[in-house]
Ligand binder design. Structure first.
Ligand code: MN
Length: 196
């Protein structure tokens, strides 16, 4: 079954002024789409052609002959997840179950913010910062390149893309400003709550 580029959960201008439609044009329309196209090329006529995206990711992880497929497939999944982690008028204090869970596992919301920002800022080069759940506990992790929590027995709840293509047009080299804006203006806590 062909892997499909999912629709964005909002119009491409919806996150302005924090993430421009121009960034979405490149990031979703070019980068994310290219990962989909490449994944489909790499699975065509192979044992992977009928598998779900998640199965492709888990079956290729750690296989040195399948690095290209893993990287493209995991990037398809990571990006689809990332778009859902944002919404217009998002950000700020969490609500619902995730509010309680953050307070019980991190102590305070501010501690969560500090750890999440630190993970995003200190991921050297390309990668992702994540809020995950592992053994029933929330945890902040960072992953390089296409690496993704599902292959580490972690369930992703929230992610921010810190590849330069995610923020360079809007923030140039100011990754910390992009991270602050993501936290204060963009996070879709409703989506996170649906995953708990
Ligand atoms: Mn990206």
């Amino acid at each position: 079954m062909a892997i499909v580029l999912p629709d964005l959960p909002y119009p491409k201008e919806a996150l302005e002024p924090y993430i421009s439609s121009k960034t979405i044009d490149f990031h979703y329309g070019k980068h994310h789409n290219t990962y989909v196209v490449n994944t489909n090329k790499l699975i065509e006529g192979t044992e992977f052609s009928e598998l779900s995206l998640e199965s492709i990711i888990s079956k290729t992880y750690g296989d040195s002959l399948k690095v290209g497929l893993f990287n493209n497939a995991a990037q398809v999944w990571n990006h689809s997840f990332y778009w859902n982690c944002m919404k217009p008028n998002g950000g700020g204090l969490p609500t619902g179950k995730i509010w309680d869970k953050i307070n019980s596992d991190f102590g305070t919301y501010d501690k969560f913010v500090e750890e999440f920002k630190n993970a995003g800022a200190t991921q050297f080069g390309s990668g992702w910062a994540w809020l995950v759940i592992e053994n029933h506990k929330l945890k902040i992790v960072k992953t390089p390149n296409a690496d993704t929590p599902m292959v580490h027995n972690q369930k992703a709840l929230l992610t921010v893309d810190v590849w330069e293509h995610a923020y360079y047009l809007d923030y140039q080299n100011r990754r910390p400003d992009y991270l602050n804006t993501f936290i204060e203006k963009l996070i879709n806590w409703d989506f996170v709550n649906t995953l708990l």
